[in-house]
Design a protein around this ligand. Structure first.
Ligand SMILES: C[S@@+](CC[C@H](N)C(=O)[O-])C[C@H]1O[C@@H](n2cnc3c(N)ncnc32)[C@H](O)[C@@H]1O
Length: 255
């Protein structure tokens, strides 16, 4: 999706979250689902059934303590932590994969820990967008400066507050991520691109948005549509773990 003009905003974080919430609300969870917030930080973005048991894991104790939506807190690294196989009905990992040196190690653990018919919900920046590329290749001090000056967050980068160090590996590009999940037996149930930050930047600094749009469009032209563009700096991917019995039945019917 291209910006028609900087005044015309793309799908916002709030609109995308509402769509995601409707999707989750329609999912047939069991009576007492167990949900994992991976890299839970201090807040949750999606509501799960009221009877859910909410488990959170984060590498930062301070972030874990700040999150009051959890019934169980685990301090650990999601790249290493061994969850029991098939122990969660949904795993949500929001704005975390980009901060991992080896995100596929975390994904492997999620794919083992999710039950059949469960959902793995991922929210992350799109490395193919100008925003993603800038975040990946700019120094951390610039991220902190941006949060303080543009978002007016004076606590940014201190006391385990965002922004966090970002690696945004190429394995997280939309196509690569979808192939990886499908190779592990999950199917893509929902996939959206949106713009998590630009609308809020535009409210504060219109000139940054205008400059961004010009650069993003130029990059898109120069790379023949492979990189850049606007309205695509955030990704949401909902993966569904297929029911193995159903797969086996389908296989039997075919053979
Ligand atoms: C940008 S915050 C996102 C927090 C929350 N998911 C949200 O959307 O508000 C990233 C979180 O990931 C956590 N984190 C970073 N690396 C991690 C790792 N290897 N294992 C577990 N958590 C990690 C950070 O401590 C931080 O709380």
């Amino acid at each position: 999706m291209l910006y028609a003009a900087p005044d015309k905003l793309p799908m916002t974080r709030q609109e995308i979250l509402s769509e995601l919430q409707r999707f989750v609300d329609c999912h047939p969870f069991p009576d007492r689902p167990v949900i994992l917030e991976a890299g839970c930080g201090s807040r949750s973005h999606v509501a799960f059934p009221a009877a859910s048991r909410m488990v959170g894991i984060d590498i930062s104790e301070k972030q874990l303590v700040r999150n009051d939506a959890l019934q169980e807190r685990i301090m650990g690294d999601i790249q290493d932590y061994d969850f029991a196989p098939g122990s969660f009905d949904a795993i949500i990992c929001w704005d975390v994969l980009e901060h991992l040196k080896e995100p596929t190690r975390a994904l492997d653990r999620f794919f083992d820990a999710i039950r059949a018919n469960g959902l793995v919900i991922l929210g992350l920046p799109n490395i193919l967008s100008l925003w993603g590329l800038t975040t990946k290749y700019s120094p951390y001090w610039l991220h902190v400066w941006f949060y303080r000056k543009v978002f007016k967050k004076q606590e940014a980068g201190r006391d385990d507050n965002p922004p966090f160090l970002t690696y945004l590996r190429w394995s997280l590009a939309p196509g690569a991520l979808q192939c990886y999940a499908q190779g592990r037996g999950l199917s893509v149930a929902l996939y959206r691109q949106y713009d998590p930050l630009l609308p809020s930047v535009q409210r504060r600094k219109k000139w940054i948005t205008r400059l961004y749009v010009i650069l993003a469009r130029t990059l898109r032209l120069l790379t023949l549509g492979r990189l850049g563009g606007t309205g695509n700096s955030g990704l949401i991917l909902v993966l569904h773990k297929n029911n193995m019995e159903q797969n086996d039945n389908e296989h039997d019917n075919i053979s």
